[in-house]
Design a protein around this ligand. Sequence first.
Ligand code: GLV
Ligand code: MN
Ligand code: MN
Length: 414
Amino acid sequence: MTATVAHGMLAGLDEIDAVGRDSRAGGYSRHLWQPADFELRSWFVERATRIGLAVETDRNGNLWAWWGRPGPNAVVTGSHLDSVPGGGAFDGPLGVVSALDAVAALTADGFRASRPLAVVVFAEEEGSRFGVACLGSRLMTGAIDADRARGLTDAGGITLAEAASAAGIEAARLGVDREALDRIGLFVELHVEQGRGLVDLGRPLALASSILAHGRWRLTFTGEGNHAGATAMSDRRDPVLAAARAIVAVNDAAVASDGARATVGRISVVPGATNAIASSVVAWLDARAATDAATRALVADVAERVEECLVGSGCAVTISEESWSGVVEFDPGVSTPLATTLGGLPSLASGAGHDAGILAGLVPSAMLFVRNPTGVSHSPAEFAETADCLAGVTALERVLRSVLAVPVPRETVP
Ligand code: GLV
Ligand code: MN
Ligand code: MN
């Protein structure tokens, strides 16, 4: 870290501290193309411009801040700025702020890069508004069909196509972005760790080895809406009751598995009146396991158990897959040289999904994790010590210096 930028390092986290605070859930709710997201995008443009980068928005709403001319074999670093509802301050923003600080360190001391460099902010990594995680990187890579994506709706029934148009993105052009993808020679995402792996190892930093297979499923329970006082208990077809039993079954399935995880963290009851038996319930299942097959087996077990719960309830259920990510193994051919540059780092598997996982099958990708003392994430309690965050910025800066110093065949000096 250079003396010139050591002062003010990580200040970006303070600068966005008030943006998107959620007084109901606590923490932050920063969702795609809503006021907090627009404010964060403006902040990023201002911040990146201040250190000499030129920012462009791609056809899928991802932001790219380029040092010099955009071009092939680029080294790209960054993460996301959106959050889960009531999320923490670090998941996403730490990677963006660290990237900007690491690049600022390079630009400030006259470093000459042999390859183009960009800081990226991927759109809707958490999938909190439209339901599909890593939406910006999925669209860019074709991991989600563009027509299907355009039709995704938010809680208010607004489609992604409508929201994109309102944000100045041409909805018809959402989808695979070969040009953006072809420019990436290496992607390095720094991220707060979302578990206690580094605490257990007593180390501040690690590289990612893998990401669990994971996906999201929508369970829609239908029954019969009716009056809470006028309907005898024996006459009810109550989807809330069916959903409640099913949610217990989801947990039972995961507990009975060999280390898989299943969660229902989001439920909506229609119409949602205290004095009415609901007509339907939508519950979202998040399921993860160490292999694709184990994840699929878990979901099959869940489906069977849920059907059993409904017997005699008078209710019905449909289960639809909303997103799927197969297990990701980060290429040691990419990660090991970075670990060597950093004097040796442990590697850790990730239970959380990341844009780097979407990119990893297509372009050389790696991740740097920063210790999280409690392991808590997707919660206002998410935390990382400043010293560890600074170690992360320093490591990222060293990685960038090392990979940017290696000339590539084409003339791409910024
Ligand atoms: C993102 O953090 C996810 O794992 O869902
Ligand atoms: Mn997250
Ligand atoms: Mn994240």
